[in-house]
Design a protein around this ligand. Structure first.
Ligand code: MN
Length: 254
């Protein structure tokens, strides 16, 4: 697909090794690759938009920019302002440093970038790499499997208002079991909040590690990556809980 116009972004920032891996994946698919990513790490930024200050962008090479904003800002600038001529066909976000499974989906800037693209009716895939030790993330699985996954997803009749959330398990590419299509799981029990004193003796709180339930259901993104599968979850932007419509309607009826 040499003419496919691809926009690459992430939430870990333009200098993160994960975006380098994703740019390589994109270049294996197409000759028309653009990169627009935050200049700093925006993990946990979710779908936030910068409205109360101007956005500055910087050239970072051919068809490459960084923005002093969020992943959502980057996609917005890409689809509406910085990329001239023909529209973007596909937005790839990531490869995130760490998983985006279960409740992560609601906090993730990586997923939010794909959400923003989906709002513009542009196909979007979020990629994340599970790790045990952050300093030793291995991108070889993403590089080995990414191009083929993108090609197969692009050949599918893509549903409206849906993005694809891909998570690579933490294992060598030759040991992966295959691809599993999964549903969003559930594991979060809260976060570990650490209170300490700053150098002036004033207390601060720092959000630490997520506390997790170690039981997870089969068929979920969490189960898949823990068992060595690549997880692909279709995520719908419309968050209405349809089974509740009648229940709430009945409760509020006079
Ligand atoms: Mn991140």
């Amino acid at each position: 697909m040499p003419d496919l116009r691809i926009l690459v972004t992430n939430d870990d920032g333009i200098e993160a090794p994960g975006i380098e891996a994703l740019e390589e994946i994109a270049h294996r698919i197409s000759d028309d690759v653009w990169t627009i990513a935050p200049d700093l790490n925006n993990s946990g930024a979710a779908h936030s938009l910068t409205l109360r200050r101007p956005l500055r962008y910087r050239h970072r090479g051919e068809q490459r920019f960084s923005v002093d904003g969020t992943p959502t800002d980057c996609v917005l600038l890409g689809l509406q302002h910085l990329i001239p001529g023909k529209p973007v066909d596909l937005v790839l976000s990531g490869v995130n440093h760490g998983s985006n499974i279960g409740e992560d989906v609601t906090y993730s800037g990586t997923i939010a970038a794909a959400m923003e693209a989906t709002l513009f009716k542009t196909r979007a895939i979020a990629f994340s790499q599970v790790w045990r030790r952050q300093e030793e993330i291995d991108w070889s699985m993403a590089l080995a499997q990414g191009p083929d996954l993108v090609a197969r997803l692009m050949a599918m009749p893509w549903p409206d208002d849906v993005l694809m959330n891909v998570n690579f398990p933490d294992c060598a590419p030759e040991r992966v079991k295959g691809v599993k299509v999964t549903e969003q799981g559930k594991r979060k029990l809260g976060d570990e909040l650490v209170e300490r004193l700053d150098p002036r003796g004033v207390p601060y709180v720092w959000i630490g590690l997520q506390r997790e339930d170690d039981a997870w259901r089969d068929g979920t993104d969490i189960a898949a990556v823990n068992e060595g599968w690549i997880s692909v979850t279709p995520i719908h932007l419309n968050m209405t809980h349809y089974p509740s419509l009648q229940v709430v309607e009945k409760a509020l009826r006079r």
